[in-house]
Write a protein that binds this ligand. Structure first.
Ligand code: PLP
Length: 396
């Protein structure tokens, strides 16, 4: 046996977990494009077009819009460490795992952290946030738009208005929303916003798109001390992505090729059509799961279509079900994080993974696995309910 078998032996998976999502063949092919140098005029052109397309998906005119080299967490760290310095106050709304991560990073920036909390799976109401802002206005109010650990979608427009009314900058994590549900940076007035490539943008992990408003750039310019991270200093990175073209670090060329192609696909599909596709496929999944007698974790009112959470039925083994889905059906879904471990499954429908066929294939596989666990299910009920929703969607 070959001790080092070729990567071509890697199994094909249907990626329906919390990310990465499946990648369009055109994006995979783009990564095989021969390299040019990071200051080659041809690459600079690709950078310009990528920046235009990022402004398109973020729905912004922000000058400072670029992909950070690193995954979504690098985007998170860049947003925080550029805006915060020692002693600055930040208010973070925590309703899941990624709000916790924001908090941990803010503390490492030596900021003074105040946390506003609601139970995991819920979202914040404007009154709660306003009260906390009034108590003591922070420099930054931060929130997660799409909490990947719970499947809740936080309405943000009013939150931005409240932050601004109290003189705070508004920072938003859109790692699991950008490219899947509307993110309107300029219309909402979001000051700092970051995402990751491997979720709804359907690109491999490795870049973190970020955008800063004029006010956020002003805060960056008015810092007392330089940004504590040299690598994530947006002022320095912008000198490479902006007019000056000054070398900072070597851009990950192939990842930028992939992002460019993924963004081209989004542009071709159109944002409205893309959001409608994500919503319809999620509604089909919800109908299917409910027809199988399963209970969705998040109320319909603020349920996220890109990451769907469902309660694990009594007496069913979380690990065994996910193991069988993976090993017998080639489908990856996620388990619960933190306090939701063992209580929910997380089913992603992001980007290229969000299709009617995938929903039907998943429901059929889940039915077989749950029947093997001893659950009594009406054969085909889930897939039929989902197919009805898809058919109505196709007709409208
Ligand atoms: C995945 C995720 C992150 C972290 O991204 P990585 O690419 O894993 O570093 C941050 N925030 C949210 C909401 C996420 O879903």
């Amino acid at each position: 046996m070959d001790a080092y078998p070729a990567l071509s032996t890697t199994p094909r998976r249907l990626l329906m977990g919390p990310g990465p999502s499946n990648v369009h063949p055109r994006v995979l092919a783009a990564m095989a494009t021969p390299l040019v140098g990071h200051l080659d005029p041809a690459f600079l052109e690709i950078m310009n077009r990528t920046r235009d397309l990022l402004r398109f998906v973020f729905q912004t005119e922000n000058e400072l819009t670029l992909p950070i080299a690193g995954t979504g967490s690098a985007g998170m760290e860049a947003a925080l460490c550029n805006l915060l310095e020692e002693g600055d106050e930040i208010l973070i709304a925590v309703n899941g795992y990624f709000g916790d991560r924001l908090s941990e990073m803010a503390v490492r920036c030596r900021a003074r952290l105040r946390r506003l909390e609601v139970p995991w799976g819920e979202v914040f109401r404007p009154e709660q946030v306003e009260e906390a802002l009034r108590e003591h206005p922070p420099k930054v109010l931060a929130m997660v738009h799409a909490e990947t650990s719970t499947g809740a979608l936080q309405p943000v427009e009013e939150m931005v208005q409240l932050a601004h009314a109290h003189g705070a900058l508004f920072l938003l994590d859109t790692v699991t929303s950008l490219g899947g549900v509307p993110v309107e940076v300029d219309r909402w007035g979001v000051d700092a916003c970051y995402s990751g490539t491997q979720k709804c943008l359907s690109c491999p992990p490795g870049l973190a798109p970020i955008t800063f408003s004029t006010a956020a750039r002003e805060a960056l310019r008015n810092r007392r001390a330089s940004v504590q991270s040299w690598y994530l200093d947006l002022g320095l990175i912008q000198q490479y992505w902006g007019q000056e073209r000054i070398y900072h670090h070597t851009a990950p060329i192939s990842m930028n090729y992939a992002l460019y192609e993924a963004l081209r696909l989004i542009h071709e599909e159109g944002l409205a059509a893309r959001f409608a596709r994500h919503q319809l496929n999620a509604e089909a999944l919800w109908a299917g799961l409910e027809a199988m007698g399963l209970e969705l974790f998040v109320p319909l009112e603020y349920r996220l279509p890109t990451l769907n959470t469902v309660r694990i039925p009594e007496g069913v083994s979380d690990a065994r079900v996910r193991g069988r889905l993976l090993n017998e059906h080639g489908i990856e879904i996620g388990g619960g994080l933190g306090e939701l471990k063992g209580r929910i499954w997380r089913i992603g429908l992001m980007g290229y993974s969000s299709s009617g066929e995938n929903v039907l294939q998943f429901l059929a596989a889940l039915e077989r696995v749950l029947r093997a666990e001893g659950l009594r299910l009406l054969p085909g009920a889930g897939a039929r309910a989902a197919a009805d929703v898809l058919e109505r969607g196709a007709a409208s």
